[in-house]
Ligand binder design. Structure first.
Ligand code: C2E
Ligand code: CA
Ligand code: CA
Ligand code: CA
Length: 274
């Protein structure tokens, strides 16, 4: 019975379980990624709607492994979240993002935080500690969190955001429109801006619904005194429609893909995208 059991497992391993094996491999590799120096950050400019002045850069983590090549953060960030590697990864990302600030004339860096990081106790103290050690100013750091991070425990989240804002950090609500928050509810949170999710920008030219959602997010965001960043802008006609609708900032391949640190430094010095 033991033998047949084992061979059953082997057949299973070779077929259906391939996905599971790949995942275990990735998890194991991620554990080593930091010490093996396989991580890097890419930076994507966020520009003023009309002037195309670069006001900041979003930091996006990259992982390149010797055997699997580049692995998308859309795959490994969720794995890190499940295995609690997210804290170590998140600290690495923050420290490296902060280190770039001294090479830019004045732009801010916008850093993505997982809901798991955000909900950890001492989140504020730990960020502030790293910012101090980097000799950075909170005013030049934007914290990107998603709706999921703030709506599971709204009271705690409101408190955390308030503390961060008092220290001078900027707060952006990422992927806005995809979660379950309402514009009515976001009044309660200390935010600086909303980032309209790429899926709505993508749909703008094709579906009335997307265009309508984009317009209402911009309208209500402005009514609440918030900046509105449109992400995933790929075409001139999207950019034009977003300007007309009143978005304050634009981000997307039309202006620049996420670029390596050295290129971002050159863009930062130039100050404007053209
Ligand atoms: P996100 O925070 O919504 O990041 C935007 C994603 O859209 C990035 O993908 C970016 O490269 C991509 N993008 C930007 N402009 C365009 C465009 O014009 N067209 C298209 N098609 N795509 C565009 P990326 O870098 O693959 O990241 C995917 C997701 O992984 C991020 O979504 C974020 O949720 C997560 N992620 C990436 N870096 C980090 C990080 O440093 N920390 C955390 N916690 N999550 C991260
Ligand atoms: Ca983001
Ligand atoms: Ca986003
Ligand atoms: Ca997104």
């Amino acid at each position: 019975a033991k033998r047949s059991g084992r061979s059953t497992v082997r057949v299973f391993d070779a077929g259906m379980d391939e996905g599971h094996r790949v995942r275990r491999d990735i998890e194991a590799g991620l554990n080593q990624a930091i010490v093996r120096d396989e991580l890097s950050l890419a930076f994507q400019p966020i520009v003023g709607r009309g002037s195309l002045e670069i006001v900041g850069f979003e930091a996006l983590v990259r992982w390149t492994t010797p055997d699997r090549g580049a692995i998308s953060p859309g795959i490994f960030v969720p794995l890190a979240e499940e295995s609690h590697l997210i804290h170590e990864l998140g600290d690495w990302i923050l420290d490296h993002a902060l280190a770039e600030l001294r090479h830019w004339p004045g732009q801010y860096v916008s850093v993505n935080f997982s809901p798991i990081q955000f909900r950890r106790s001492h989140f504020v103290a730990s960020i502030m500690d790293r910012v101090r050690r980097a000799g950075a100013e909170p005013q030049r750091v934007q914290i990107e969190i998603t709706e999921t991070a703030i709506f599971d425990d709204a009271e705690h989240a409101a408190q955390t955001l308030c503390e961060l804002r008092k220290l001078g950090f900027r707060i952006a609500l990422d992927d806005f429109g995809t979660g379950y928050s309402s514009l009515y509810n976001i009044r309660k949170f200390a935010l600086d801006c909303l980032k309209i999710d790429r899926s709505f920008i993508d749909g703008m030219g094709r579906e009335r619904e997307s265009a309508a959602i984009v317009h209402s997010i911009i309208h209500l965001g402005r009514a609440l005194g918030l900046g509105v960043i449109a992400e995933g802008v790929e075409t001139e006609s999207q950019a034009q429609a977003l300007r007309v609708a009143g978005a304050s900032h634009l981000q997307g391949y039309l202006f620049s893909k996420p670029v390596p640190a050295a290129e971002a430094r050159a863009l930062a010095e130039r100050k404007f995208m053209s």
